[in-house]
Write a protein that binds this ligand. Structure first.
Ligand SMILES: Nc1ncnc2c1ncn2[C@@H]1O[C@H](COP(=O)(O)OP(=O)(O)OP(=O)(O)O)[C@@H](O)[C@H]1O
Ligand SMILES: [Mg+2]
Length: 500
């Protein structure tokens, strides 16, 4: 259905695509894999007209195409959902779904017809939401599904999903995969980009691996196992398995007490809950999306106010993020696009940003100092960038995530909250970040890690708190920290089968 030959795309200082080939059959899910910065999103953007390739050809149903814009690509039959949802949060769900194709009579938008059309579009997804409310009112997960519904409705042949599941929880992933299988049965060709290898094995028929902008391999998924796939991606075997660094859960380790939170939260949002965090302790927060995990973190960091905090010296004010930062807290949020990076600023400036804010803008940090910091974290986190002066918006998604992490690490906080720290990050860097977490807590930093990936929580946490229906419902320590116990606590008893 779709064939790509010798595709080349150059950016200043980077050859993002180097003589790449790719093809897609009708009725298949073809996974596109590779490390952060391998060129996946660039390939997709060439397909959808967001970028003009420097060379090569793209054929759809045998005919050469060169889309100049996303809307032209859509008309040709290629629809895309990017890893960063790019719908408009202050329009309603229906307006987002029908944007540009609103049902009209005598020039006027027919609101009721639009509402009905939007409901019909969402129907196959099992999403029962009020389409007349603003999209921004809904979770990232729902926004993602709305974006997919829009892309499917607009284009008939090829659907491209660039990390669609990065912010979905287990149930939502299952729902989405059912939808994708349905579309596949209808003969759509689907390109699937993901860093979750389990999902790749679950959903795909074939895989293509890119590395440093080059085509490495295309294979039936059945012919590959996990390790060989990782080897293709990295160019070598994954040297250190995460398990080697896993926290030992044999004994419950007593930690010097550091922070006490009391009465955090507010009825209707989450909690109220109490939390004690020891020095060098990693507290994991598990729960489904929307359970109150992120809200819990927002109270701890002063993004919402309610509750009190104390250390051994006495009460510490944390009712605003500024005060929380002054108290040595840090928070790397889940939605990096809106809360994380400043796309126009350089990697160096983004890393120095939080530190500069703490020093006060009256005392600018010397450039040499900023450069030293940037160089250190570019190396430590393996941030793939041509140099420290590149605008963060021009980095690949996973590398942007690493910059957010670097910014907070540079602050050397005593208590750091990481909301989905490895979302969108490739397997190699994932292991690297878990290793770094261990190093930091070894130096006495305390962490609160929110994650949908149970393996990750099990690997890093000394204690796992389970959040369900906006309350902290269970606390697991030592040998209790296992996938089955966490799943059981996340699910209500009668739901276990469904969630597991
Ligand atoms: N607009 C741009 N300007 C300059 N360089 C860019 C631009 N877009 C991408 N690049 C560079 O091209 C390379 C490939 O990036 P791309 O976004 O395609 O990676 P990716 O495989 O999607 O990675 P990830 O898994 O992190 O999303 C990177 O080195 C990136 O910095
Ligand atoms: Mg990408």
């Amino acid at each position: 259905m779709l064939t790509i030959r010798s595709l080349t795309k150059r950016f200043p200082g980077t050859l993002a695509l180097d003589d790449v080939r790719f093809d897609l059959r009708a009725g298949e899910v073809h996974a596109l894999l590779g490390e952060n910065g391998a060129g996946k999103s660039t390939l997709i953007k060439c397909l959808t007209g967001a970028y003009r390739p420097d060379g090569g050809e793209i054929r759809l149903d045998g005919a050469k195409i060169a889309p100049r814009s996303t809307s032209e690509a859509q008309e040709l039959g290629i629809g895309t959902v990017y890893q960063e949802v790019n719908l408009l949060p202050n329009l309603t769900v229906a307006q987002n779904l029908c944007f540009g194709r609103e049902p009209r009579r005598a020039g006027m938008i027919r609101t009721r017809a639009m509402t009905r059309a939007a409901q019909d579009m969402l129907d196959p997804y099992g999403l029962d939401i009020d389409v007349t409310r603003d999209l921004g009112h809904y979770s990232v997960a729902i926004r993602q599904i709305v974006a997919i519904a829009r892309a499917v409705a607009l284009s008939g042949k090829v659907l491209i999903l660039d990390e669609p599941t990065a912010s979905l929880d287990a149930r939502e992933v299952k729902m989405l995969f059912d939808v994708v299988r349905g579309l596949k049965a209808r003969g759509l060709g689907i390109v699937f980009v993901s860093h979750f290898l389990d999902q790749v094995f679950d959903l795909s028929d074939r895989v293509t691996v890119l590395r440093n902008g080059r085509h490495i391999v295309t294979e039936d998924i059945a012919a590959l196992d996990r390790l060989s796939l990782i080897e293709h991606m990295l160019g070598h075997a994954l040297e250190t398995e995460v398990a080697d660094h896993a926290t030992s859960h044999d004994a419950v380790i007593a930690r010097p007490e550091m922070l006490t939170f009391r009465g955090m939260g507010r009825a209707g949002v989450v909690g109220p809950f109490d939390l004690d965090v020891g020095q060098g302790e990693v507290v994991g927060l598990a729960g489904l999306l929307g359970s109150g995990r992120t809200e819990s973190a927002e109270y701890l960091f002063g993004l919402r106010s309610g509750g009190t905090a104390e250390d051994i010296k006495g009460p510490i004010p944390i009712d605003t993020p500024r005060k929380a930062i002054a108290a040595g807290f840090g928070f790397a949020p889940e939605d990096r696009k809106t809360d994380g990076i400043v796309a126009e600023l350089s990697v160096r400036e983004n890393i120095a940003l939080a530190l500069q804010a703490r020093r006060g803008w009256a005392r600018p940090m010397p450039r040499a100092e900023q450069q030293r910091l940037a160089r250190m974290y570019i190396e430590r986190l393996d941030i793939r960038t041509s140099d420290a002066e590149k605008a963060v918006g021009d980095l690949s998604g996973g590398n942007q995530q690493k910059v957010v992490l670097a910014r907070w690490l540079a602050m050397n906080p005593r208590f750091l909250i990481l909301d989905e720290p490895t979302r969108g990050i490739d397997v190699g860097a994932h292991a690297e970040i878990l290793r770094l977490i261990h190093e930091l807590v070894g130096e006495g930093m305390s962490l609160l890690v929110i994650s949908s990936e149970l393996d990750e929580l099990i690997a890093v946490a000394d204690r796992v708190i389970v959040v369900r229906d906006r309350a902290h419902v269970a606390e697991l320590t030592g040998a209790e920290i296992r996938a089955d116990t966490i799943v059981r606590a996340i699910a209500r008893h009668d739901e276990i089968g469904e969630v597991a």
